[in-house]
Structures are given as C-alpha cells and as structure tokens.
Design a protein around this ligand. Structure first.
Ligand SMILES: C[S@@+](CC[C@H](N)C(=O)[O-])C[C@H]1O[C@@H](n2cnc3c(N)ncnc32)[C@H](O)[C@@H]1O
Length: 539
C-alpha cells in the first residue's frame, strides 16, 4: 500500500483537509493524490492474485505436520496440520488427510474427544479408502479413552453481574455514563466500589485475531476461545472457527463479504467487520416495530452504540487521514469488483467509503487488546490474542494510575475495580499500560497524544508523581511477609486464597501518592485477577 511519505505534496495540512468539511470530500481529495502518485496500487494488490484455497499449499503444510509428528514436536505439528486444513480445498481428499493428520496429534496429546471430531471430519471429507482402516482403528482407541479425558478449562466461568444496571446492558448498577467538555463521555461510580468488584461484563461487537500462528491457528476467530481443532471457512484460507455455530454467526454478520477480501490476503480488519456487521444489523432491524434505536438503554450488541464511539477525527494528522482514506478506497474497490456487496446492500459507494473512513478512526481509538496469561502464576508478560471493540468498555477514560482492570474470558471482557473507588469518582483504565510508575510523564504524554489525542490531567500527571524508583518505599517488612505468603500459596496453586489476602491489602490503600509497596501490591493484584481469565496454551 502507498504510504503518506510517498506523497510528494508538502503543502497539504490536516487543517486544510478538515476544512473540506465533509468526509467524502476529504476521501476524494486523498484518493486523487494517491492515484496521482501511485496509479497502480490497486493493480499491485490484484496482481498478487486471489490467494484462494490450494491443495498444493495444504500438502506442504501436511508434510511439515507429519515431520513434526515424527519428531514428537506436537505443538508445531498441530499448527502445521491446522494450516493444512485452512488451505485445503473444501470437501477435497486433501482436507480429509489434513484432518486425519491432526487427529493423530490430538490422540498423542490425550485430546481424545477432539481427536474423534477430527476423525469424523476426515471421513466426511473423502479420506482415502485405502487408509481408512488405520483411521478407524484410531477411532476405536480414542473412543475407549474419551470418557477418561479430564475436562480442560481455559478460563474460569464468566461470573454474572450481582446488580445489573437497568440502563446499561453490560454494567453493574454502581456506575453511570456521564459527559463533560474536557473528557467527553466517561464512566463514573454512583456508589462506593470495593477493590475486586465487577463493574461490567461485556461481549465484543467485533474481534480481529492477531496474525501470529499462535494466535490465528489456536483460537476461534469469532469467540476467541482457545481451540485445538479449528474448522475452516469453506471459501477462504484465513478464517477458522471452533464450531459450526461460530462459523455460521461470522458468516451471517460479516464474513459473507469479508471472505472475498480475505482471498486477497487482507488481514481481518476491525473497521471492515464493524461496517459489514453494522449494515447487516441495520438492514435486519429496519421496519421491525419496536426495534428502532431509542437511546434510553445502552446496549453492547447494537450498531448505533458502536457508531457513536469517539473518533478524534478533527485532531488527526495528515498521515492518519491519509491512511483512513486509502484503506476506505481499497476496501471499496475490492468489495465493488469482487463481491456481491452492492447487490445485497442498499447503499452508495460514497456512503460506504464514509463509513469505512469513520470506523477506521473509531476502531483504532477504541480497540482493546484481548490477552491471556500463564497458568497459576503471576505473569506480567503481555500475550495478545486479538483486538476487539466493546461498546461500553470503550467509554472508560484513561488515568495513569487506573482504578479498573480488564480480564478476558475468551472474548468476554470483565472489568474489575483494581482498588477502592469512591462514589462520584471516574472509573478509568490505564491505556496501553502507560502507568506513572513505569513511564515518565514526558513519555506518557507523548504516547497518549500519539495514540489517543489528549493531554492527561490525572492526579499522577498534575502532581508529577515520580516513577517507581523514586517513590517512597512504604512498609517493606510487611510487604516481604506478604510476598512469602503469596509464594507459598502459589506453590499449592491456591490462587483464591492468595487473592483474598492481596485484596485485603489493596483495600487498605489510602488516596495519597502510592508507595513502592502499593504499586507492587496493585500489580500483583491485577496479575492474580488475570489468573481467572484466558490461559496460554498447555498443549
Ligand atoms: C476510548 S475513548 C474514551 C471515551 C471517550 N471519552 C468518549 O467520549 O467516547 C478515548 C478518548 O477519550 C478521551 N479521553 C480519555 N481519557 C481522557 C482523559 N484522562 N482526559 C481527557 N480526555 C480523555 C480522549 O479523547 C481519548 O482519545
């Protein structure tokens, strides 16, 4: 794709662009510039050609899978066979063989139920008759063991809200949405909230899985659950799902058109999914009485809430405006030329470009990173699975010493208080973990402006709280005792026991500038909260 640096037109400024007033005029002007400087950019993508399913590619991955299986490198074998399944042509013998190969890996690792699913799929997909006897033998062995397979849980059950908010479908009744001139919409506590309390439980509107093999070949692209026997979209070699239910849901809401784009090797894009799902939802609800948007209840699964999310368009650089316009034009071009989008949607090309432009900004601004953690250990490392858009969770503003922490169960986000929050206080996340203890104020303000276009005026910024090394120590002796207690409990895998002790400690925090002990205890507390959420693979 063309980059803004390649536009040799130094005269253009974001003010000039924004003075054009309407989005479509900005898009048109930038499209004209892009065509002047790089007339061949659409053809460049097209000459790469449709990268459709290919049994040849599937065979290469199958060979790799078999090699890894022989070497007992089961993890790599699983990834290779799943890639073979993604590439194999629908209903081909190659697909059957790829399922058969993965069934062997699953058998070796004791995933007998998953193995049986794959054997079934192999048999339904023209598995070669001369190899069938061996597969049926494996089936009998797996059936004999399936009953003994322990139930594996990749996160704890999603809790339910004790006191649901009658006006916000995802939130507890102790919060409300307020708006002010400086911070826009934000979430405020309407009652005292204790550390650990659940503030909201919310499903994503759309998700976009990461591009690494450990992300896309191990998680459902729709619900984000960890899954070792994903099934492919029959049309493209990109999308993989944990079940027919997820595959059908994705198809119904957005993938019926996204699939055409995936065949040109576009990664799954939050903005595109949002537009496709939004239009689908609007088409479905229009005309149904009582389904019109009335705005009295904030619903997480409704397009109007997503459309309203902030864009900061007026504060964007030329680079941002250009990237958004360019992406909108490319997606528009490919949907027009290679899909039946316009015959199924009553919408003009210009309107589609405007929507893509709008959602480029509001998805880049509001997306959250869906994470997972190591099993039963305090793990400060960052393991991303996907990015996702949540309607209500997007309304929490930033604080460099945030009081809310997200934990992910599959794609579901659970927002918990990471310290006590007083009634009337704002409930805030720490965006991209730009917290005061790790990043000096100068770095934080630079990055917060770069990614979120605002100047932070939180207590840490206003009072110039020092970074960790320069904080007061706090009660180190007590802290050492706590750490010993934590380590003993962790050795016995007693997470809930240690969480109780740490929660008590967090509840004792005062509002003054935190000490080193406070910062460490809060960090441990958040890491322990994460233990109930998504786990990294145990394969
Ligand atoms: C994810 S949105 C949060 C919800 C947003 N306030 C709204 O009205 O929809 C992020 C944007 O909110 C604003 N924001 C977040 N935290 C802020 C803060 N501490 N002070 C001022 N503005 C803030 C910035 O414009 C930022 O780009």
């Amino acid at each position: 794709m063309l980059s803004p640096g390649e536009i040799e037109d130094p005269q253009i400024t974001s003010e000039q662009l924004l003075s054009l007033k309407s989005d479509i005029r900005i898009i048109d002007m930038l499209e004209e510039l892009a065509q002047k400087h790089c007339p061949s950019q659409f053809q460049d993508i097209e000459t790469g050609g449709k990268i459709s399913k290919s049994n040849e590619k599937a065979l290469t991955f199958r060979d790799e899978g078999r090699k890894m299986l022989r070497q007992k490198n089961y993890f790599k074998a699983l990834l290779a066979f799943t890639q073979s399944i993604a590439n194999a042509e629908d209903k081909s013998e190659m697909l059957g063989l790829a399922y058969g190969g993965r069934a062997e890996v699953l058998f070796e690792k004791g995933y007998f139920n998953e193995c049986l699913n794959d054997i079934e799929r192999a048999l339904q997909n023209n598995y070669p008759k001369d190899l069938e006897a061996k597969l049926l033998e494996k089936q009998t062995q797996a059936q004999a063991n399936a009953g003994k397979q322990a139930l594996r849980k990749y996160h704890e059950d999603v809790p339910s809200l004790k006191h649901p908010n009658p006006k916000i479908s995802a939130a507890s009744s102790s919060v409300e949405i307020q708006r002010d001139q400086y911070g826009g919409r934000h979430v405020v506590a309407t009652a005292n909230i204790e550390a650990g309390e659940v503030i909201a439980i919310e499903n994503p509107y759309v998700v976009a899985i990461g591009t690494k093999p450990s992300q896309r070949f191990l998680h459902c692209h729709e619900c984000l659950q960890l899954c070792y026997n994903l099934i492919p979209c029959p049309g493209c070699r990109t999308a993989l799902y944990c079940s027919d239910k997820c595959r059908n849901s994705a198809w119904e809401w957005y993938h019926h058109n996204e699939c055409d784009l995936c065949q040109f090797d576009f990664n799954e894009l939050l903005s595109v999914k949002t537009v496709l799902k939004g239009l689908r939802q609007l088409n479905k609800t229009v005309g149904i009485e009582g389904q019109q948007f009335d705005g009295t209840i904030f619903k997480s699964d409704r397009y109007e809430e997503i459309q309203e999310l902030q864009t900061n368009k007026e504060k964007r650089s030329v680079r941002d405006l250009f990237e958004a316009a360019n992406e909108a034009c490319i997606i528009h071009h490919f949907l027009t030329k290679y899909s039946d989008f316009f015959s199924k949607n009553d919408i003009s090309g210009e309107r589609l470009k405007e929507l893509l432009f709008h959602h480029y900004f509001n998805t880049t601004l509001n997306k959250l990173s869906v994470e997972k953690t190591k099993k039963n250990s305090i793990d400060t490392e960052y393991h991303e699975v996907a990015e996702a858009i949540y309607a209500f969770s997007s309304l929490l503003n930033h604080d460099c010493y945030g009081n809310v922490f997200p934990v992910f169960h599959g794609g579901t986000i659970i927002l918990r208080a990471s310290r006590n929050i007083k009634s009337g206080e704002s409930c805030c996340l720490t965006y991209r973990n730009y917290n005061f203890a790790e990043f000096p104020k100068l770095v934080r303000s630079h990055q917060l402006w770069r990614f979120f276009q605002f100047t932070c005026t939180c207590e840490a910024c206003e009072n110039n709280w020092p970074i960790f090394d320069c904080l007061n120590s706090g009660d180190v002796e007590k802290y050492q005792k706590l750490v010993d207690q934590i380590n003993t409990s962790l050795k016995q895998s007693d997470i809930s026991g240690v969480l109780k002790v740490v929660t008590k400690k967090v509840k004792e925090f005062t509002t003054a500038e935190p000490t080193k002990v406070d910062v460490n205890v809060k960090r441990i507390f958040c890491d322990l909260l994460k233990c109930s959420g998504n786990k990294i693979t145990d394969f």
